[in-house]
Design a protein around this ligand. Structure first.
Ligand code: AMP
Length: 114
């Protein structure tokens, strides 16, 4: 299978502004930020989308969420708030087939999304 863009970032084959890393996940700034603060949290193991994560990896999903909150706090977003989003599949707006959490903040966000 061809490497995803995010697998290339994990392998340091393409550059990214990495802001947090553990042995199983990576957080880096989105290259096309939609808000003043916009970063992604990804598992190093590739799952093309949320729907493909097996039930026995539930703890990994929990750690991805906790990392999103920890990095948001370090980025100074905890007080004003932020949004965590997973786009799953075509109608969800997913463009990179590698599970990722968007963390968006730094300004008030509208709801519902368009
Ligand atoms: P999605 O549309 O949910 O699949 O989100 C993919 C996100 O990845 C988009 O917000 C892109 O701007 C972002 N992205 C794509 N390529 C890169 C890259 N090389 N470095 C950082 N973010 C990227």
């Amino acid at each position: 299978m061809q490497k995803s863009i995010f697998e290339k970032i994990i392998a340091r084959e393409i550059p990214a502004q990495i802001i947090h890393e553990t042995d199983e996940l990576l957080a880096f700034r989105d290259i096309n930020p939609q808000t003043p603060a916009h970063f992604l949290v990804i598992p190093k193991q590739r799952f093309d989308r949320l729907a493909e994560v097996p039930a026995d990896r539930d703890a990994l999903l929990g750690r991805l969420l906790l990392a999103a909150a920890e990095v948001a706090r370090k980025e100074g977003l905890a007080g004003t708030g932020y949004r965590v989003v997973i786009n799953n599949g075509a109608d969800g707006g997913e463009t990179v087939p590698h599970l990722h959490l968007h963390v968006l903040g730094g300004r008030p966000l509208g709801w519902p999304p368009g």
